[in-house]
Write a protein that binds this ligand. Structure first.
Ligand code: S3P
Length: 166
């Protein structure tokens, strides 16, 4: 079984995934990092030069490959749930944990970071609220477990370990 961490940008998927991989004997994969390494350019550059659709096709290819593997902790890009194939592949191969945080908490965590093209397009707390609203049904369809991510990394990681009993 794999453990997939999903949720909006800035909810803490990458840091919680690192903490979990330290505590459990699972290999850590970050989908954004994999894509950046494969393409040899940043996420912003991929969006700018090749477009969002191309980026989403790389995500789909990657999730299909990872879902054939075992004992991975996968920190997923926030838009991974925009593909039903990704939702199906993740649910068929592991636990899908939604990290859920309020728009206010997300905003304080992302406001000084300029690396996310979709937040540049949807700026400020209103942009976050709008995207969150659009995505809420997709996140809800995707998760097998949901955790409150308005708390510290350690609390969230401990919560997940408790829920999964691993
Ligand atoms: C995206 C989230 C980003 C990255 C890309 C698109 C999204 O990952 O994959 O900028 O559509 O929500 P993080 O959730 O790790 O910021």
């Amino acid at each position: 079984m794999n453990i997939y961490l999903i949720g909006f940008m800035g909810v803490g998927k990458s840091t919680v995934a690192k903490e979990l991989s330290k505590k459990l004997d699972y290999k850590l994969i970050d989908t954004d990092d994999e894509i950046v390494a494969r393409e040899g350019r940043s996420i912003s550059d991929i969006f700018r030069k090749k477009g969002e659709e191309y980026f989403r096709s790389l995500e789909r290819e990657l999730i299909e490959k990872l879902s054939a593997d075992d004992n991975l902790i996968v920190s997923c890009g926030g838009g991974i749930i925009k593909s039903d194939d990704n939702i199906d592949n993740m649910r068929a191969s592991g636990h899908v944990i939604l990290l859920d945080a309020s728009p206010e908490v997300i905003y304080t965590r992302v406001k000084d970071n300029n690396t996310r093209p979709l937040l540049r397009k949807n700026p400020g707390i209103n942009g976050i609220k709008k995207l969150l609203e659009e995505r809420r049904p997709m996140y809800d369809r995707a998760f097998t477990h949901k955790v409150d991510a308005n708390r510290s990394v350690k609390q969230v990681a401990d919560d997940i370990i408790g829920i999964l009993n691993v």
